[in-house]
Design a protein around this ligand. Structure first.
Ligand code: NAP
Length: 251
């Protein structure tokens, strides 16, 4: 087993998770690329290993307690104690409240909130033992409210309260917890939103960029860079914060 620190990134087969996994590998972590389908992680793992980094693919549904327990144990056995956790796995089931089903609500809560809870509970056991840990939870600018996303915005606001409580409970073990709340980032998730509202993705991007102070939409690497800082040794005195990475002010 290597002496590299081990990072777990959930929902890392693509999008923000894949960029974050690649960035953490570049920063020297051995990375568990965790996603629903282990096979779907192959490209993200190859990108890391081709660049000289270390990574394994792990297939886990983060909303399933047994799968989380088995997956985290496998990571610890194969790579070492997971001391960095990025709770990034996410889904959207958008609809206006009068059309939203209970299943739309429950599924979003299960992936974002139960998923982050289960993954954190499993990984903090290693972090507290190692007296070092970094937890970064993906929130969203939608936590402040977004039409068609009552389920998602509730979950992303929930991630913020979860993060602050983790910071309070785990600080004495050398563990920090922070939330990164992206604005508009170019991924399959925002592509799906463009489809839902019936606008070509390029036009959707232009429209979004015009509303953002820095006049562009975000890229997965913009988020990966902030996550990487929060996971670093240098960030040891930053905990319980929600950092909006949105090209302009939000709070
Ligand atoms: P994405 O491209 O849709 O990727 C999300 C990944 O999570 C997918 O690989 C997906 O797997 C995986 N996933 C879904 N459910 C899972 C589960 N139960 N267990 C394990 N993995 C699961 O999304 P993204 O845009 O990169 O977003 C990443 C995170 O940032 C999410 O938490 C999202 O809410 C947040 N965020 C994104 C934006 C944005 O503008 N894109 C803005 C704010 C916040 P499958 O492909 O198999 O479904």
């Amino acid at each position: 087993m290597s002496t590299q620190r081990v990072a777990v990134v959930t929902g890392a087969a693509r999008g923000i998770g894949a960029a974050t996994a690649a960035r953490l590998a570049k920063d020297g972590y051995a990375v568990a690329v965790l996603d629903l389908d282990e096979g779907a992680c192959a490209d993200a793992v190859k990108a890391i290993t081709d660049a000289g980094g270390k990574a394994i693919a792990v297939g886990v549904d983060v909303s399933d307690a047994e799968q989380v327990e088995a997956g985290v144990k496998r990571i610890a056995d194969e790579l070492g104690p997971p001391v960095v956790l990025v709770n990034n796995a996410g889904i959207i089931r958008d609809n206006l409240i009068f059309k939203m089903t209970q299943d739309d609500w429950d599924t979003v809560m299960a992936v974002h909130l139960r998923g982050a809870f289960l993954m954190t509970k499993a990984c903090q056991a290693y972090m507290t033992q190692e007296k070092f840990g970094r937890i970064v939870n993906l929130s969203s600018s939608s936590a402040q409210g977004n039409r068609g996303q009552s389920n998602y915005s509730a979950a992303k606001a929930g991630m913020q309260g979860f993060t602050k409580t983790l910071a309070i409970e785990l600080g004495k073990f050398g563990v920090t917890a922070n939330a990164v709340a992206p604005g508009f980032i170019e991924t399959d998730m925002t592509r799906a939103t463009a489809e839902r509202v019936g606008v070509p993705f390029e036009d959707f991007l232009k429209g979004a960029a015009a509303q953002i102070p820095v006049q562009r939409t975000g890229k997965p690497d913009d988020i990966a860079a902030m996550v990487a800082f929060l996971c670093s040794e240098d960030a040891g005195f930053v905990s319980g914060q929600v950092i909006y990475v949105a090209g302009g002010p939000l709070d």
